[in-house]
Design a protein around this ligand. Structure first.
Ligand code: UD1
Length: 361
């Protein structure tokens, strides 16, 4: 029996790991043993039992409890704790997902122990090295033996970086597996969050470039508040962003009927909220993809994206991070200038099957 360690640390990692664990459990139990390791990069960010229940994930076999720190300290703590797990379990493969500090830390540990590394969501590039995630993506891909790619740009990027063809697998988008799985279960579950009546927008914001600078954050929120005059904006606030809004003493100014601040929501409550939104505004990677999959108009509040397919084929528009950029995109949106969008290849809910069958064979 082969042993596969699956690593998750930040909240969106669990959404990517859930369908992989389910696939192993349903079809490959005799050949593969999946061991879930939670690094603890995220801890109070709605990482409650309810979060795991929502995604139908059994508790992790290991919780490393590293918590928040500077990048170097957090990465080093994850590496030290994860090395112990690898010594104990001696896995055949370590699978990492996405682009967070836990991803790069565990890939590095595994590779140095001569353990095979599989990266899910490989090859995405923003070419913006001011994003910690871009550094994590590049380093993780250099170390990985199996590169599971979510959109075609990833294949081109990896080829251009000289990766061997036989290590690149275009398998589609794992987030969409979770999305479709959870959508089909939404009706049967309890509604914990009362959805707004009438048209509304949903926003998420957490990138350091957008929230760590008072002037930038204020500019973005002022533009959103203006949109809120016509379309109330529901805003579940990431812990980093809430901290900054408190630190900059702007939290009261931007908590009103135009921008409604909410605590982080569970996966299902959030899905219920954004799937029926008129417009989503975000700087998240995952939400750019999920809105494309369901055809919901999306404004990405960034200067670039590592997920260009959502712009080429999907409903995503890169609006930049200035107030004028956001508002002029909104003017177009009001005039009905929005994108219809098509669903990219292999965003079909079967990505976990393709990944696990590749590894098992
Ligand atoms: C991390 C990822 C980012 C991902 C995001 C998803 C990196 C470099 N960044 O960003 O790519 O999009 O997760 O949510 O890995 N905090 C809490 N409670 C928590 C977690 C964090 O209060 O449970 C606060 C802490 O002050 C912490 C800050 O948020 O210092 C940042 O947390 P961290 O995990 O380092 O990065 P994120 O901004 O969450």
């Amino acid at each position: 029996m082969e042993k596969l360690i699956l690593v998750a640390g930040a909240r969106p990692n669990f959404m990517k790991i859930a369908p992989l664990l389910r696939e192993i459990d349903h079809h490959w139990k005799d050949q593969l043993r999946g061991i879930l390791v939670h690094t603890g990069q995220h801890y109070d960010y709605e990482m409650s039992q309810a979060f795991f229940d929502d995604l139908e994930i059994t508790p992790p076999s290991y919780s490393l409890g590293v918590g928040s720190e500077s990048h170097a300290v957090q990465t080093a703590r994850i590496m030290m704790a994860f090395e112990e797990v690898c010594f104990k379990e001696r896995p055949d493969i370590v699978m990492v997902v996405g682009d967070v500090n836990s991803t790069v830390a565990c890939a590095l540990v595994a590779k140095k122990l001569q353990i095979g590394v599989a990266h899910v969501e490989a090859g995405l590039r923003s070419r913006d090295l001011s994003m910690p995630e871009e550094i994590n993506r590049m380093v993780t891909d250099v170390l990985s033996d199996w590169l599971f790619v979510s959109e075609e740009s990833g294949v081109f990027n990896l080829r251009a970086e000289g990766k061997v063809e036989s290590s690149i697998y275009y398998v589609g988008n794992i987030m969409i597996d979770t999305l479709f799985h959870q959508l089909s279960r939404l009706n049967n579950s309890n509604d914990n969050f009362k959805r707004p009546e009438g048209p509304y927008a949903v926003m998420t914001l957490h990138r350091p470039n957008n929230v760590d600078d008072k002037g930038k954050l204020q500019e973005i929120l002022e533009a959103i508040q203006e949109i809120g005059q016509e379309l109330p904006v529901y805003f579940p606030v990431h812990p980093r962003t809430r901290q900054r809004m408190e630190e900059f003493s702007i939290i009261e100014k931007f908590n009103n009927p135009k921008i409604l601040l909410l605590p982080p929501l569970s996966y299902k409550d959030f899905l219920r909220l954004w799937k029926d939104a008129h417009l989503v505004l975000t700087d998240s990677g995952g939400l750019q993809e999920e809105t494309t999959a369901l055809g919901v108009p999306c404004f990405t509040i960034r200067e670039n994206t590592e997920r260009p397919i959502t712009i080429e084929k999907g409903t995503n528009i890169l609006v930049g991070t200035t107030g004028t950029g956001i508002l002029s995109a909104y003017e177009d949106f009001k005039k009905g200038i929005s994108k219809k969008g098509r669903i990219p290849k292999y965003w079909d809910g079967k990505t976990s099957q393709r990944i696990i069958s590749t590894l098992a064979s």
